[in-house]
Design a protein around this ligand. Structure first.
Ligand code: SAH
Length: 352
């Protein structure tokens, strides 16, 4: 039986150079192949036209290139595009291209499914199958970059890790992918244009700060009252707001980067004056801005978007305190591409 070939993109540039030297070639060949694999996005060894045929064959004998495959693209009436992305083992994740007049944003997944249990999120209903590898995350971004160039005549401008999964529970791979995305040998994008969104895992937020990352941080807050938050995000019972606050203070002291709080206002859940007061108070701890996200209903009626007056009351209270607040209209709702709607609806195989 043939032993399983290794994914060549799991190798660092150094390892690739060493591989060529060990096989009697020049280290420089490693640089060439590395460039093909990443910035030139080669899908097969035969694409590597400046590499000699026997060398390509030798690579073929030893490695595979596990590329993602965009199975299906769905386009929303507002221009948003959702990609169903098939991975080498047949599992499927989703990523989204969100165009505005001036930018194109990629919303990418970090895990297949999610192990957290936010009651309002469709992805939470898929159990977590596995973490994505760095190249699977990178490929989602590269695919959307190509689509942006093709349909909008411009490169991708921003990336948000707000697709399926909890990025900080796949910490190493997410950081490795971002390293590639920002490297000149990858997509050469600025880290400032990347936002990692977390449900709020204090230890991991501190680790990000210690690792001196340059990207932006968003936290899905949804309530600044422990009892309310743990009712809608049960896992957060183990991560009280005082720990989250402390981790964010640490993050800011190290990075000097303002935090974004994502917040949905629901009827009968977090629409009281005390909910507003608690958020205003929480926002005083570190420099921040608040994105009030429109709720995207997922089948049952437990959660309903609060009425416009309540949203207005939130905005007024936050602005009175000098806090920047934006209302984020949802995009791609008609194709289930909006926040919290990614659940592989069209893919029975991943819906286990
Ligand atoms: N796990 C990460 C990233 C994925 S969720 C996180 O929790 O931040 C991306 C954002 O969509 C989060 O802010 C999440 O709270 C929000 N979200 C989830 N379900 C939603 C829904 N049904 N409507 C609106 N926003 C939702």
């Amino acid at each position: 039986m043939q032993t399983e070939k290794k994914d060549i993109r799991a190798l660092t540039k150094e390892q690739l150079r060493d591989f060529f030297v060990a096989n009697g070639d020049k280290a420089f060949r490693g640089n060439q192949v590395y460039e093909w694999l990443w910035s030139k996005r080669a899908h097969s060894f035969d694409d590597m036209t400046n590499v000699a045929k026997p060398t390509r064959q030798m690579l073929e004998d030893n490695f595979v290139i596990n590329h993602i495959h965009v199975d299906e693209m769905q386009q929303s009436s507002d221009g948003t595009v959702k990609n169903a992305v098939r991975l080498h083992d047949g599992l499927v994740v989703e990523s989204v291209l969100i165009p505005t007049k001036t930018r194109t944003t990629a919303c990418v997944s970090s895990q297949v499914g999610c192990s957290l249990d936010c009651n309002f999120c469709a992805t939470a209903r898929l159990k977590r199958m596995r973490n994505l590898n760095p190249d699977e995350i990178y490929d989602q971004v590269a695919a959307i970059d190509s689509e942006s160039r093709l349909y909008h005549n411009r490169p991708l401008s921003n990336i948000v890790f707000m697709g399926m999964g909890e990025p900080l529970m796949n910490y190493n791979n997410v950081l490795k992918a971002i390293e590639k995305i920002t490297s000149p040998e990858g997509l050469g994008m600025s880290a400032k244009r990347i936002t990692v969104s977390t449900s709020g895992l204090p230890k991991m937020i501190k680790k990000l700060a210690d690792d001196e990352v340059r990207f932006k941080l968003a936290v899905s807050l949804h309530s600044a009252i422990d009892e309310v938050r743990s009712r809608i995000m049960p896992f957060s019972e183990n991560f009280p707001l005082k720990d989250l606050r402390e981790s964010l203070e640490y993050w800011y002291s190290k990075t000097k980067s303002r935090v974004t709080y994502e917040y949905v206002v629901w009827k009968g859940i977090n629409d009281r004056k005390e909910d507003i007061d608690a958020l205003v108070k929480f926002c005083r701890y570190v420099p921040c801005k608040v994105n009030l996200i429109e709720y995207n209903p997922i089948d049952d009626g437990e959660f309903q978007q609060a009425d416009p007056e309540t949203i207005e009351a939130y905005i007024k209270a936050l602005e009175r305190d000098g806090i920047v607040v934006k209302v984020r209209r949802s995009r791609g709702k008609d194709i289930d591409a909006a926040c919290g709607q990614l659940a592989n609806k069209n893919e029975s195989s991943a819906n286990v």
